[in-house]
Design a protein around this ligand. Structure first.
Ligand SMILES: *Cc1c(COP(=O)(O)O)cnc(C)c1O
Length: 404
């Protein structure tokens, strides 16, 4: 018989969404007539814009011609797309050859671990998007699990008390620091000053920041950085991962990228980009050429207008949810420069799963329990603004009827 990879047994967080679904199903057994509305899942719901859909269809049809056919392309991505990303989204603060196109940020986050191996120590925000820890678990970099998480992982509490930014003065050194802004799940966006502190901290400790900017285009306040490379010195200490998933609804189409600056090196002086190039050419082979043409269309003038319209739609949902929660006596964070609202009932100490159950039973509204994202999420719920407007409005009305 073959031994199971022992690290697989340590994965814990696969539990959250299955458990939500289990509770939902169980509720439906007893209330088969209930129409449940989910404000729980971070998945996109609105149709692709016509311009982008047309580019995808055109690219597919072009492949059916002798002149238009192409097989394997550059593993790093279409040169035109790398260039467009560097110019349109990064305004030239990075070079096109530092952009590596991928099949999505999550996939990149999994592969990035290969750069640092099982000896790497890691720090994550608490609460956190689960992939950072799970990817490290799979490669064996986290040590064994304890009651409070993994021994080899430093959890950086991010709560209202510290404005969702970790207290860096009390943190031990780690090789990697995962940082997500705008944050999933809290909706918090780090200020320029905070990111300057983070970059200085990484520099001083000779750590590498893995900056997840999947929601950067949700930022509307011009003073808030959309990329870690807006911070001086970040090119020496940071990799940035990002994605078209939440920008243009490519969650199913699959297209993302990561930026590995030429100036980022290991302690022995080897450029990290050299190894990343090797990994991408060895076990990835490049993103779908059809998807990449969709990405190109998203970055031209019309595509950008349409992208902004889709994001504005989602953010209007976020504001509707946010203001209803505030009015209903919740402490609500995020939802302005982010599609997520992180909320807790004022003046109560209750468990996330208890409020989850209450909202499910009284309003037939599904949310995500904050405790599923880490110990500092206990007591909170994450509300997601991805959804059709009429569903969001109905969910909010039900909450107003039952909680008021
Ligand atoms: C949705 C999301 C991503 C995007 O993942 P893809 O694999 O590109 O779809 C990345 N990071 C965070 C924090 C997310 O919420």
């Amino acid at each position: 018989m073959v031994h199971r990879n022992p690290h697989l047994a340590k994965l814990a967080s696969g539990y959250l969404f299955p458990e939500i679904n289990r509770r939902k199903r169980e509720f439906l057994v007893h209330h088969p007539e209930a129409k449940i509305i989910s404000l729980g899942i971070g998945n996109t719901t609105e149709p692709l814009s016509p311009h982008i859909a047309h580019a995808l269809a055109y690219a597919a049809q072009h492949l059916a011609t002798r002149e238009g056919y192409s097989g394997y392309g550059d593993e790093q991505g279409l040169p035109a797309l790398r260039e467009k990303i560097a110019h349109v989204l990064y305004k030239g603060s990075i070079n096109p050859d530092e952009v590596f196109i991928s099949d999505g940020a999550k996939c990149d986050l999994g592969r990035l671990q290969l750069l640092f191996g099982c000896q790497a120590t890691i720090a994550v925000q608490d609460p956190t998007y689960p992939v950072y820890v799970d990817g490290s678990v799979l490669i064996g970099a986290t040590g064994h699990s304890t009651d409070h998480g993994f021994k080899g992982v430093v959890y950086m509490p991010c709560t209202p008390e510290n404005n969702f930014f970790p207290n860096l003065t009390t943190l031990p050194r780690t090789d990697l620091i995962y940082f997500c802004s705008p944050n999933n799940p809290t909706g918090a966006v780090a200020t320029k000053k905070q990111l300057e502190q983070l970059v200085a901290f990484a520099k001083q400790n000779k750590s590498i920041i893995i900056f997840d900017a999947a929601y950067s285009e949700y930022i509307e306040e011009p003073t808030l950085p959309k990329s870690i490379y807006e911070i001086d010195g970040a090119r020496e200490v940071a990799i940035e991962v990002s994605s078209f998933s939440k920008l243009i609804g490519f969650t199913g189409v699959r297209l993302g990228w990561c930026v590995v600056p030429q100036t980022l090196c290991y302690d022995d002086g080897t450029p990290v980009a050299k190894d990343w190039n090797r990994i991408v050419t060895t076990i990835f082979n490049g993103a779908s050429n059809i998807a990449q043409h969709g990405g190109l269309a998203a970055l031209d003038h019309q595509g950008q207008e349409e992208m902004k319209a889709t994001i504005a739609y989602t953010k209007k949902n976020a504001r509707i949810i946010r203001s209803a929660l505030l009015e209903l006596g919740f402490d609500a964070y995020g939802g302005i420069n982010s599609p997520y609202i992180w909320a807790k009932r004022l003046g109560k100490t209750e468990k996330s799963w208890d409020i989850f159950n209450e909202l499910l039973e009284t309003s037939h509204v599904v949310t995500t329990p904050g405790s599923g994202f880490g110990p500092s999420g206990e007591g909170f719920l994450r509300f997601s603004a991805f959804g059709h407007r009429e569903d969001v409005e109905e969910a909010v009305q039900r909450l107003q009827q039952t909680l008021r």
